[in-house]
Design a protein around this ligand. Structure first.
Ligand code: SF4
Length: 245
């Protein structure tokens, strides 16, 4: 049977819909009637503006229906729904996804990421727990996972692009590079080719990873003439000013 395009009985049931809505809301937050939608045969929704503060663009929907051949509409349910341009809360993001680098404070613990692409098994796993445990013990690693190639590459890129790489302002104004500085401690492993740690307490990079082409004004081999101490004349005492104090 083709669906009806209109339903005069339901469309006319504005006041019964409003009345039930006012009962449900305790008599507040219901504004002007703004329209009617026929959802299906003998099923439609009356729409009313929501007037609660903070609910701009929201509408009350009151669902009405009727029995076949009946001239009486019945209210089924009401609901508050956002319309176009309604004020909505931001989409919920799980806590673990909300954390960003730099958010972890003393006492915070981050969740373990089982398939973290930055890490890989610290030894070749055989699948036999006893054998793997022995292998781990013999290698002396003591760590079930170590940095993967991907994790190493990401860290290297981050450091290189960051405030201790060659493009940092302090490096672009530096008289010489870290690789020729006595305070530069090269890193172990493959990262040694690009990075080291600065061990100069006078440097803004002290205790951090620096790239070989980073640099700062505290470079060990750079020198500037230390200014000679200058003697200023004897102090002039203004007796009148002293007495006035
Ligand atoms: S003192 Fe400056 S130049 Fe030397 S290693 Fe540290 S950051 Fe590099």
């Amino acid at each position: 049977m083709p669906r009806k395009k209109t339903d005069a009985v339901l469309e006319a049931a504005i006041e019964p819909a409003r009345r039930e809505l006012l009962v449900a809301t305790g008599g507040t937050g219901v504004g002007e009637h703004v329209g009617f939608t026929l959802e299906d045969d003998r099923l439609g929704t009356h729409w009313f503006e929501a007037t609660f503060p903070g609910y701009r663009g929201w509408y009350w929907g009151v669902v009405v229906t009727r029995a076949p051949r009946s001239k009486n509409a019945t209210v089924c349910e009401s609901q508050l729904l956002p319309g176009d341009g309604a004020l909505l809360s931001p989409e919920w993001v799980p806590w673990a996804d909300r954390l960003a680098p730099g958010d972890v404070r003393p006492g915070d613990v981050t969740p373990k990421v089982e398939d973290d692409p930055n890490l890989e098994a610290g030894f070749e796993a055989t699948g036999e727990e006893d054998v793997d445990a022995v292998a781990l013990w013999e290698l002396g690693l003591g760590r079930p996972r170590v940095l993967s190639a991907e994790g190493r590459e990401r860290a290297a890129q981050r450091w290189y692009d960051g405030s201790h790489g060659p493009t940092a302002e302090v490096a672009t104004k530096a008289p010489a590079r870290c690789e020729s500085c006595g305070y530069f401690l090269p890193m172990a492993g493959i990262l040694r080719r690009t990075f080291g740690v600065c061990a100069n307490e006078w440097s803004p990079s002290d205790g951090t990873v620096v790239s070989r082409d980073h640099g700062c004004g505290a470079h060990s081999e750079v020198d500037v003439k230390a200014p000679e101490p200058e003697r200023v004349g004897d102090p002039i005492l203004d007796d009148e000013a002293v007495e006035a104090l």
